[in-house]
Design a protein around this ligand. Structure first.
Ligand code: C2G
Length: 447
């Protein structure tokens, strides 16, 4: 039996893919098709994929041409697969001519003619592009516009600021066509909204956008009261719209893999956790304004709370906070969280600096992510026997916002296939902890 293998993303599966699969199948008796995972595509710089891996696998299966479907998740896997499946022929489209010659050492390599005049890129361009309106025109919104250019299914169409001059300056600088100080005008000019205004305004803007039937991506923290978070998620469901919280760590390739490695027992049972996210900020900045719910917990707690709640679950037994205050805001807060079978502590700061690393301790070893861990590019699993230590490397492109933007675009375009990398339950749990802090529950204030 001659075994043939081919690989691809197979996004928006089209006739070009079908022809390729037919040609590959004709080379032998058994066709194995490797479909790239979403993470692998992100890693190799393919950020514009519309369909997620499950949808792409289903599409390949529906052609009836594949005898076996596998997923491709890392560079170098092709060599492993050739050995593992006893492959005789590796086949791929002629756009890759020469690129896979290194596989000739292991099996026959065939470059098949590519079908001209059709491609996923062309189909993506024909697809509706999400017209996005931005609420708030501060520094994060500026970075967002730059990063959105890497995701071609999104176009920033409008920006709102209650101060029209600010909206106009932003739009001129970032080449956005509509600058407005009218929320109605913004909502009329887009089909999705990115909320990047001060925290305390999030609730009203998200609610207005959802009520107007828009998909919403909102900056951290979504809101500062858990009842509001619950209400907004219920509203999103009722409206059939996506509500996502922006969080550059949650959607980047390394974080997801770190968590799944730890959940699979790579360091044994997890007993303790520590992570810090501190950024020295100007005391005059809005982030330090107590009237605007500034301060370290409101600004930065979503970062350490993400891995804590992911690893230990949302059933938090106890939280204790210790803060150093200045002008009514916490310039530094340490949190101790107790779960049934583990504890976690974190530090957040806008007015004090500490090492921004992350350590997860387990019964067999520990995970170490160097600072700034929230832009994870690299982490290590370390053991008593140092020979067992492992290093893991990942891309973290640009400011990292492109991952969440891509995720948001895919979510709005998927019909039922979407699984959020930052689920509602975790966002509500994060909000509860920030709310407890704002209510000064179990808070010790240092002199
Ligand atoms: N293809 C084709 N004709 C087209 C478009 C694509 O023959 N008009 C072929 C490609 O050459 C490839 C396959 O269809 O062999 C899948 O294409 P993509 O989905 O674009 O995947 P690609 O990024 O080429 O993945 O490990 C992944 C592989 O290296 C290739």
């Amino acid at each position: 039996m001659t075994k043939v293998i081919t690989y691809g993303t197979f996004d928006l599966l089209h006739q070009g893919h079908i022809n390729l699969l037919k040609r590959a199948k004709a080379l032998g008796d058994w066709l194995i098709v490797g479909v790239t995972t979403d993470n692998f595509d992100l890693e190799r710089g393919k950020l514009n994929t519309c369909d997620n891996v499950m949808k792409r696998i289903d599409a390949v299966r529906a052609t009836g041409l594949a005898d076996e479907i596998i997923i491709e998740e890392y560079r170098g896997q092709k060599i492993d697969d050739i050995h593992k499946y006893g492959v005789d022929i590796f086949a791929i489209g002629s756009d890759w001519e020469g690129y896979f010659d290194y596989l000739k050492e292991f099996c026959k390599v065939v470059y098949l003619p590519r079908t001209e005049g059709i491609s996923s890129t062309m189909l993506r361009q024909e697809q509706a592009v999400l017209q996005l309106g931005i609420i708030g025109t501060g520094s994060i919104a500026r970075r967002f516009v730059d990063e959105s250019k890497f995701v071609n299914s999104i176009s920033v169409a409008a920006a709102f600021n209650p101060d029209k001059a600010k909206a106009e300056a932003f739009c001129k600088d970032k080449e956005v066509s509509l600058a407005t100080d009218s929320l109605d005008e913004l909502l009329a000019g887009c089909d999705s909204v990115y909320v990047a205004s001060p925290h305390y305004t999030h609730y009203d803007y998200v609610k207005a956008a959802l009520e107007a039937g828009k998909h919403v991506l909102c900056e951290t923290p979504l809101v500062l009261e858990s009842a509001q978070a619950e209400e907004l998620f219920a509203l999103a469901k009722k409206q059939g719209k996506v509500l996502m919280m922006a969080h550059k760590t949650a959607y980047c390739p390394a974080f997801g893999h770190l968590v799944s490695l730890l959940q699979s027992g790579a360091i044994g049972e997890i007993v303790d956790f520590n992570a810090a996210t501190t950024t020295i900020t100007d005391m005059k900045s809005e982030k330090m304004d107590s009237a605007r719910f500034g301060g370290s917990m409101n600004e930065n707690a979503c970062f350490p709370l993400l891995p804590i709640l992911r690893l230990f679950g949302t059933d938090v037994k106890k939280v204790h906070f210790v803060s150093k205050m200045k002008d009514g805001v916490d310039i530094y807060t340490k949190g101790l969280m107790l779960f049934d079978n583990a504890c976690a502590n974190f530090e957040v700061g806008l007015g004090a600096k500490t090492e921004g690393s992350l350590v997860v301790s387990g019964t067999k070893g520990y995970a170490y992510v160097p600072a700034p861990w929230w832009k994870t590019e690299y982490f290590e699993l370390r053991y008593e026997d140092q020979n067992q230590n492992k290093k893991y490397f990942y891309p973290f492109a640009g400011e990292g916002l492109r991952y969440e933007i891509k995720e948001f675009a895919s979510a709005t375009m998927s019909d039922g296939y979407f699984y959020s990398k930052l689920p509602e339950k975790e966002i509500i749990a994060m909000t509860k902890i920030q709310e407890a802090f704002n209510k000064k529950e179990n808070l010790t204030i240092l002199k």
